[in-house]
Every structure is written in C-alpha cells, then in structure tokens.
Design a protein around this ligand. Structure first.
Ligand code: ATP
Ligand code: MG
Length: 433
C-alpha cells in the first residue's frame, strides 16, 4: 500500500487500542477537577496571535520560536494555541463571566501546538489538562491548585513525583532582581548563547530557563530570586507553604524554577518525576488579566502534559484498567435468523451493555473466531431450529457453561439474569436491574 502522505512530524495518532488509557486519565482529571469545584471550559484551537504575544510574552521561546502562526485569507494573523491559559482568560473576559462573581474556577483538556524538536515526551501537537482560578489572591488558592494537581497523581498511583515550588516576586520586587541578574549575566555575556544574549536586556530571567548546557552552568551561580522578594511576596510565599503543610502535601523549595511563560508572578511550581522531568507546571499570574485588558484580577493555574503523564505511568508500570469487552455476540444463520440476531443485540445495547452481531457476512466459523477475538463474554447461535423453538443456548465463553435462553419476548430478562449471575465490576451492571 502506498499512502499519499503520513502524519505530520511531531503529531501522533491515538489509536483505538490505546485510547482507553487516554479516556481513563481524562476521567480521573475531570473527576478531580469536579471534586475541587472546577467547571470545564472549551476554547478554540486558534486565537489572534496578539493574544499569545501579550499573555505568554513575546520574549519567551514559545512566542519567539515555537508558535504555529499563519495569516488567514482575510489577512489576520492567527496562531494555534501553544498553551491553554490565554484562551481561557480571553473567553472569561469576553463573556463577562466575572460578573457572576469570583473566584472563577475552570479546567480544560486541550490539544496544544509548539514547533519543537520531537523527543521523549516532546511533540509538536500535544495535550494538556489545566486548571485555572481567576480572582483569588489568597495563598489558599495557590495551595488549592497544587493540591488538585497532586490529587490527579495520587489517584493514578504515580510514585516518586515531587512538587517543587518557588516565588518569582511581583512588579514591586522583580525589577531589583532583574537588575542583579542582568549585571551577573553581563559579566558572562561572551559565553551565553545568541538567544540568551538577546534576552539580556529585555528579560534576563529567561536565561535561567535556557536549556543550553553552557547557559545553564552559568545560571547555577546567578543571584537567587528568593533573596530579592519584597515583604508582601515573602509573606505570601510563607503562607503558601503553611497551606501546603496543612493540606499534608510534601514539597521542596527550588529557587531555580522560573517557568517559561512571561505572565507568572509570585508562586511558580512544577511536579517533577525523575524518569521524565516536568510533568506539570504552573503558578500565579496576577498581571495577566490586566495585560489582556481586564481589571486587576489575581489568578493562577497549571498545565499538565497528558503524553508525559502517560509515559510516566508506563515507565512506572502502572496498569490502566482495560476497557470493558463485548457482553454478547449473537450469530444468526440464515436471513431470518440474522434479523433476529440484530433484534436481540439491540435489546442488549438499549441497556447500555455491549453487544455485536455480524455486519460483514462472515461464516459461522469466522464469526466464532471474531467473538473470541473481541472477548465476548456470552454467545448465542441462532439457526432454523432455534427460530422454530423460540429458544437457543446462551454460552458463557469464560466458563463454558451453557443455559437455555428465550429468543422471543422473554429474552432480555433471561439474558440479564444470566449476566448478573456472573462476576462483573459493580459499575458495569446497569442501574435499572
Ligand atoms: P519544557 O521545559 O519541558 O519545555 P515547558 O516549561 O515548556 O516544558 P509548560 O509550558 O509549562 O512546559 O507546559 C506544561 C506541561 O505541558 C509541561 O510540564 C509538559 O508536561 C507539557 N508539555 C510542554 N511542551 C510539551 C511538548 N512539546 N510535548 C509534550 N508535552 C509538553
Ligand atoms: Mg517548552
């Protein structure tokens, strides 16, 4: 077979055999978000480029190098979302959701696009689960988003994941720190990479985030932001730590975390796993909403990479429960029997159980093979004599047990009683029986 084209570099297909893993972790994410009182928000996959320039920040790698930006036929510059916060914040403002009162607590599951080199846990199209709170200055809000992310890891039984936190100050204290950083890095200007040299004047904090080995070596001895925090930022950071202690969440202060997005203020944090690096990153962005044209609205959130989380589960051999398989396969031999088979599977499907019959014209033998392949728990074969009698044999494919079953009006009740008499997870049994 010669396909006309393959998938785009850096994008992945999620195939039917694997999708249950995604659905499982997404269900956990939705469940945790709901436990914390967050509602889902869905925003478009693209936005006006200006939104990301203003929010993510035009000195960041994301905006400078990684964004998928294009002009529409109408001449507008549009970008695929590289992260989830900007769109959510824009939507909140555009629809005046803040009129309903603060805090606004939203979560999202979204595809993101960054023009990066494909690598372990790094793709050009990837997916994020994120949570955001708008209108909450209290350190309890910082703790709440960290606890929520932590709950997702706990629910999934992830081991060895550590929460690292830092504070990067506010517009009050940051300039002093930025000046100290500029002075320090200027003394190493010759050694810095080209990108970092250009960052020196505009945003020297970005240099701390540079992945080049030379720059990160120099960054190790750079002034530490925690030494420059103003009293209010110090107090806030201390209170965040007290809240995390009270919630029983372990953390480590890591003064080198600065995060790759410009909009962060005060608290920044990462959940880091030794096997994989950062799985979740977030923090406070008190200036973002003003930057987008809204009123001053202290806000915060995180983004968690779903591909990275799945890789982590895999490296830790954490098993994701297999999806339910077929409950009943009905084979009809002959035109009339085939129609009866269809009627029976419909009755079972109406009860939200899984049932199949042939749709490709397979022989009896091939259908038996198929029923085994899809791991159908029960099997019924209907031929002329079964049609005549109005009853057939229900075979339990796991135990081999065979019991007579009506294929007329009594079918559904008899099937359900056979179904509930065998082992099932409780949640698989339809509620109305
Ligand atoms: P990194 O330092 O790994 O590039 P980042 O600081 O750019 O991460 P964020 O913008 O904070 O990442 O995004 C939050 C999370 O999204 C990351 O912790 C990671 O799990 C995931 N993520 C970011 N970029 C990618 C990508 N290209 N492919 C897959 N997942 C990604
Ligand atoms: Mg990155």
């Amino acid at each position: 077979m010669k396909l006309i084209t393959n998938r785009v570099y850096g994008a992945e297909d999620i195939l039917p055999a694997d999708v249950y893993k995604w659905q499982f972790v997404e269900d956990v994410m939705r469940g945790e978000a709901m436990s914390y009182g967050f509602k889902e928000i869905r925003t478009p996959v693209f936005e006006h480029t200006e939104l990301f320039n203003r929010s993510v920040g035009d000195t960041t790698d994301i905006v400078q190098k990684e964004m998928y930006t294009f002009d529409t036929k109408g001449g507008d510059s549009i970008s695929l979302k590289p992260e989830g916060t900007a769109g959510a914040a824009r939507a909140m403002l555009e629809h005046g959701i803040y009129n309903d009162g603060y805090p606004i607590k939203v979560y999202y599951l979204t595809a993101c696009y960054r023009y990066e080199k494909k690598n372990f846990g790094r793709q050009r199209e990837f997916h994020q689960f994120g949570m955001e709170i708008y209108g909450a200055a209290s350190p309890f809000a910082d703790a709440e988003v960290m606890c929520a992310a932590n709950s997702v890891f706990q629910r999934l039984d992830v081991k060895n994941i550590s929460l690292e936190i830092n504070s990067i100050g506010c517009p009050e204290c940051r300039p002093k720190y930025t000046a100290a950083l500029r002075e320090y890095f200027t003394s190493h200007e010759e050694e810095l990479c080209d990108t970092c040299r250009s960052r020196l004047q505009r945003n020297p904090m970005r240099i701390l985030d540079c992945k080049s080995p030379v720059c990160s070596e120099i960054a190790k001895n750079a002034p530490k932001v925690l030494d420059y925090l103003c009293d209010d930022c110090n107090k806030h950071f201390d209170e965040v730590k007290s809240c995390l202690d009270a919630a029983g969440i372990a953390y480590k202060v890591n003064p080198t975390i600065v995060r790759g997005l410009d909009y962060y203020t005060r608290t920044v944090f990462e959940f880091v796993a030794p096997e994989i690096g950062t799985v979740c990153g977030g923090g406070r962005y008190d200036g973002l909403i003003e930057e987008l044209g809204g009123q001053h609205t202290p806000s915060l959130g995180f983004g968690m990479g779903i591909e990275r989380l799945l890789l982590l589960l895999k490296t830790q051999n954490i098993e994701i429960p297999a999806p339910p398989s077929c409950d009943l396969y009905v084979i009809g031999l002959g035109d009339k029997a085939k129609l009866r088979a269809l009627r029976l599977v419909q009755e079972v499907r109406n009860a939200s159980l899984i049932a199949e019959c042939d749709i490709v014209g397979r022989t009896l033998k091939a259908q038996m093979k198929y029923a085994n392949k899809i791991k159908s728990r029960f099997l019924i074969v209907i031929g002329d004599s079964e049609l005549e009698k109005g009853s057939a044999t229900l075979k339990d494919m796991e135990t081999g047990k065979e019991i007579p079953i009506s294929i007329g009006d009594g079918f559904f009740d008899e099937f359900i009683s056979a179904y509930v008499s065998v082992d099932h997870d409780e949640e698989d049994i339809p509620l109305n029986f």
